[in-house]
Design a protein around this ligand. Structure first.
Ligand SMILES: Cc1ncc(COP(=O)(O)O)c(C=O)c1O
Length: 444
């Protein structure tokens, strides 16, 4: 049988790799030709280079450790065969969008997965946030973290609401409830907490503030698909929670998002809002927008959901491999997940310590030279991005931990491109780099 050839999604730099090549040197699910298996498209390549000394590093003239780039958030393709079956059905039926059967099936499955009664699928996480914000009648000021993806702030600003940035707890990277209290004013109508990296925010403390001040509470759960807080899956907290299904998320629908809630009336309002306010043919009862998810997106969602346990298991193994490989490297700390909760392990987040002998940006540069496309995440913080820096130039004064953390975080590649050997190679690059930098440091 001729091996099937898959290509890396990065067309500029991708090489072809056969399934047989792809499955070498991996202690995770091995060679397979099953087109329904999510691992079959992975593009593992030459990561067997040994890196033990400074001359082995690409910045010093050696070959890069990886021939193909390793990405943070390279899209997963769940059950490809199932996706293609759904695609045929969708094309045959000519029902391409407008609350079709596949969208409804996906909504039902996601609601069930998160143990909530309502899932309202949308065309993106950002539109889902905007619709949730409108449906809850937020106005004036809303307290949000600055240490988040820019969409959290934009979703407010886009609707004429001021995002008031509150600082994070440097240990959790999530909103610090005490900072939220300090950010309240008589114009505050709500709080948006973010479950950053899939680690849930201080749910009870934020709810207590919201209740005390009669504020609405939304959670941006874009990172937290399937994650739990004290044993309860996200979706049920606050007034509602918002997921993103962007292609780079471990669960995706190409583009997409959803609002989860147990509030049926709120969900109904959002269903109207995502479809221009149509309550029936020729009957618009609400001002709305176009927030609908397409059928083909939903088909990708159903196919990804089918593979989700395998994806999470793989991410968990990769996270554990990073934990073991990075343990002895002083200057770096891998963010841990609470093992008694459900986690999706989609992010491998490393924080450099204050006394790290080399800057975060230099580490990222060195990794990129090896084709390890690690990323600075949420740097420099929303408040330092031009629109908000221009509007609120004083915001940084109340955000010392946001600034500190955003200067220290590196997110490492995860997902199907990674196996234990490639994790070890990433770690050996870091080890050699940091050892070298420590030696070069002038002794005090
Ligand atoms: C924390 C957070 N909020 C909101 C969004 C926006 O979601 P989307 O890209 O689906 O619009 C993202 C997406 O990356 C995100 O990471």
């Amino acid at each position: 049988m001729t091996p099937v050839t898959y290509r890396c999604h990065n067309h500029e730099r991708g090489h072809a790799a056969t399934i047989a090549e792809a499955a070498t040197a991996i202690d995770l699910p091995g060679p397979n030709t099953d087109p329904s298996d999510w691992m079959n498209h992975k593009n593992i390549n030459n990561h067997n280079k040994s890196i033990t000394k400074r001359d082995d590093l690409a910045i010093n003239g050696a070959e890069p450790a990886f021939g193909d780039p390793l990405h943070v958030g390279r899209p997963n393709i769940g059950n490809r065969e199932l996706f293609l079956q759904y695609t045929e059905q969708i094309l045959d039926s000519r029902w391409l969008t407008n609350n079709g059967p596949v969208v409804r099936e996906l909504e039902e499955k996601i609601a069930e997965y998160h143990n909530v009664t309502q899932c309202v699928a949308m065309c993106s996480g950002t539109i889902a946030l905007e619709i949730a914000i409108r449906a809850l009648k937020l106005a004036g000021e809303v307290v949000v973290p600055s240490y988040t993806y820019i969409a959290t702030a934009h979703a407010l600003h886009w609707q004429g609401i001021r995002p008031v940035f509150a600082d994070i707890d440097p240990k959790t990277h999530n909103l610090d409830p005490a900072a939220v209290r300090r950010a309240l004013s008589d114009k505050t109508t709500g709080i948006i907490g973010v479950h950053l990296w899939g680690r849930t925010a201080a749910v009870e403390a934020l709810q207590a503030i919201a209740t005390e001040h009669q504020l609405k509470l939304i959670f941006d759960a874009a990172h937290a698909f399937g994650c739990s807080h004290q044993g309860t899956k996200v979706g049920a907290f606050g007034d509602c929670e918002v997921l993103s299904f962007h292609a780079t998320k471990f669960f995706h629908t190409f583009e997409g998002g959803a609002v989860l809630t147990n509030d049926a009336r709120l969900a109904e309002k959002m269903r109207l809002m995502r479809n221009f306010g149509f309550a029936g043919v020729d009957n618009v009862i609400y001002p709305g927008t176009n927030g609908k998810m397409t059928e083909i997106s939903a088909a990708m969602g159903v196919s990804n959901l089918q593979a989700i346990e395998k994806v999470v298991k793989h991410n968990h193994q990769i996270h554990e491999a990073y934990r073991q490989a990075l343990t002895d490297i002083s200057g770096l700390k891998l963010l841990e997940f609470n093992q008694s909760e459900s986690n999706n392990y989609q992010y491998a987040v490393v924080e450099i310590s204050e006394d790290c002998p080399i800057s975060r940006d230099r580490i990222v540069e060195v990794l990129h030279a090896e084709n390890i496309l690690a990323r600075r995440y949420f740097w420099p913080g929303c408040h330092n991005m031009k629109p908000y820096r221009d509007l609120y130039p004083e915001a940084n004064q109340s955000l010392p931990f946001t600034e500190q953390v955003s200067e220290r975080v590196i997110v490492l590649p995860t997902g199907p491109c990674m196996d234990r050997a490639s994790v070890n190679t990433v770690a050996s690059v870091l080890q050699v780099l940091l050892d070298d930098a420590a030696v070069d440091q002038p002794s005090v």
